[in-house]
Design a protein around this ligand. Structure first.
Ligand code: PEP
Ligand code: MN
Length: 353
């Protein structure tokens, strides 16, 4: 190497070191700004303003497009920092706010504790006979939580809308008779007081995940809430919906993944298994998986339930009906009692229950 080249090379190394020093200085200063501006951080508008300031004073020979590109790339990390600050906000649902697991105790059942929970029952409560038949079989198998819809969110107004309060009364009677914890969906704040008399856990369905008035209203009760993930909700939207309930004073909240909408047609929804470890990691709330609505079919329930529990879910929900073909909603995905017993045995044999 010629002496001249060597000299230039070491000059360049020196410039690089200075640049590195300056970049670190830039990072420290940007960090201070992010801290002062807290939630807002450095915005796109701030970046634009800085870049404009630089291009208007650019002495060259680097052209302005390159200056813009380089500085935009550089500032990108601070925009990301701003995002981190947002997720670092101490949300009440967040593990950063509360590191230990939230355990919800109802009667003798613990959600989010050391053992898994099975929630089973029909899609809709159709009659006392129907519910009692399922509940007795489930109780006999050792299941402690009974589900069943009385207020049904149906896609078509012509479909069965549920038995309403009558259904809730049946649920309470049956649950008292067999001794089970109950869970049923409410769709509006006006249903809270009545439902509170008959059920142990309020379910907020996928279609109402962002019904903010409902979230606020259940937040003002002390009653446990099972919040279902919205049809197309991101995990961020999901935990922020849960945050509404905690923010309004109720920390007895459980999250349930129930599949999301994708292009896939072989299942009713796509079960997002990654949601389980992410929600467990990000929040301190119990996390469950509804394998029936996630798949919309019976033949893969066991595999999906095993996957959910292996991924860290605190429990599973499954729809069980004495005679699924004759059911008034979700006929294709509900399993009968024999099928439930096989499913249940499969999970027990694998050591999940
Ligand atoms: C249900 O569990 O009864 C139900 C309607 O499910 P989702 O809200 O998840 O569709
Ligand atoms: Mn259903």
């Amino acid at each position: 190497m010629s002496e001249k080249l060597q000299q230039l090379q070491s000059q360049l190394n020196g410039i690089n070191r200075q640049l590195l020093h300056l970049l670190n200085e830039q990072a420290r200063t940007a960090d201070k700004i992010v801290r002062i501006k807290e939630n807002q951080g450095i915005t796109e508008a701030d970046v634009q303003q800085m870049v404009n300031g630089l291009t208007s004073q650019n002495p060259g020979p680097i052209d302005n497009d390159t200056v813009m590109y380089l500085f935009r790339e550089m500032f990108h990390i601070y925009l990301k920092k701003k995002k981190d600050v947002k997720t670092e906000q101490k949300l009440l649902v967040s593990r950063r706010h509360k590191s230990e697991d939230t355990i919800i105790r109802i009667k003798h059942t613990e959600f989010g504790g050391t053992s898994h929970v099975m929630i089973a029952g029909p899609c809709s409560i159709e009659s006392r006979d129907q519910l009692l038949t399922v509940a007795a079989a489930l109780k006999n198998a050792g299941v402690t939580v009974l589900r069943g819809g009385a207020f049904k969110p149906r896609t078509s107004p012509y479909d069965f809308q549920g038995l309403g309060v009558e259904g809730l009364k049946i649920m309470k009677e049956v649950a008292d008779e067999v001794g089970m914890v109950t869970i049923s969906e409410i769709m509006s704040p006006s249903q809270i007081d009545t439902a509170a008399r008959y059920v142990d856990i309020f379910q907020i369905g996928a279609r109402n995940m962002q019904n903010f008035d409902l979230l606020k209203a259940v937040g003002q009760t002390g009653q446990p809430v099972l919040l279902k993930r919205g049809l197309s909700a991101t995990l961020e939207e999901f935990i922020l919906a849960a945050e509404y309930i905690l923010y309004n004073g109720n920390d007895r909240v459980m999250l349930i993944e129930r599949g999301i909408r994708t292009f896939e047609k072989w299942t009713r929804n796509t079960l997002d298994i990654s949601a389980v470890p992410l929600l467990k990691q990000e929040t301190h709330l119990p996390v469950l998986v509804d394998v029936s609505h996630a798949t919309g079919r019976k033949d893969i329930l066991l595999s999906c339930a095993k996957a959910a529990l292996a991924a860290g879910a605190d429990g599973v929900m499954v729809e069980v009906h004495p005679n699924p073909q004759a059911s008034r909603s979700d006929a294709n995905q509900q399993i009968n009692i024999d099928e439930f017993n096989t499913f249940w045995k499969g999970l027990r044999d694998s050591g999940f229950f």
